[in-house]
Design a binder for this molecule. Structure first.
Ligand SMILES: [Zn+2]
Ligand SMILES: [Zn+2]
Length: 160
């Protein structure tokens, strides 16, 4: 009979060295964001070289006062994350300038009395063809009708 060892022990340096990049990546993928954030900060506290590499990834200096600010922002137009230290390009951002409305024809069989409201997050995700941008009359699957530079201000407000 095989003896099953149920103890979980911290990994030794030797054992750690034998872990492949893929195994490590999988373990990191499975962590919650909160745990990963804690670990990153703890490593930065302990390892100066890690801290300076992290600062370069996470922050840039901005303005005449050369104040360090977060490097990554979310665009208010396209809602994508972008690097504020990158060179701006007039075609980097593709978005719709209008609002998305439910298409009454598409939802003709959808009685709001029995099916609930048409314009919900779930319906937008499930039936993108049934929602029309009022800027260009294209449906929600279409690419943006406006291009421009990313603009700041798309970050969701922090919960405090
Ligand atoms: Zn549009
Ligand atoms: Zn953008």
């Amino acid at each position: 009979m095989e003896v099953i060892d149920l103890t979980n022990l911290p990994i030794s340096d030797d054992e750690g060295g034998a872990v492949s990049r893929e195994e490590l990546e999988n373990a990191v993928d499975d962590m919650t964001d909160a745990r990963l954030r804690k670990i990153v900060i703890r490593l930065a506290d302990r390892i100066p070289a890690f801290r300076s590499a992290l600062v370069k990834e996470a922050m840039v200096v901005s303005g005449k006062k050369r104040k360090a600010v977060p490097r990554w922002d979310v665009c208010a137009n396209c809602k994508e994350e972008y690097d504020i230290s990158g060179e701006r390009d007039d075609e980097e951002c593709c978005y719709h300038s209008g609002d998305l409305d439910a298409d009454e024809d598409y939802f003709a069989d959808h009685g709001e009395d029995c099916h609930g409201p048409m314009d919900t997050k779930e319906n937008r995700a499930q039936f993108p063809q049934g929602f029309i941008w009022d800027c260009c009359d294209e449906n929600a699957l279409s690419e943006g009708c406006e291009t421009g530079q990313h603009v700041s201000g798309g970050k969701p407000k922090k919960r405090r």
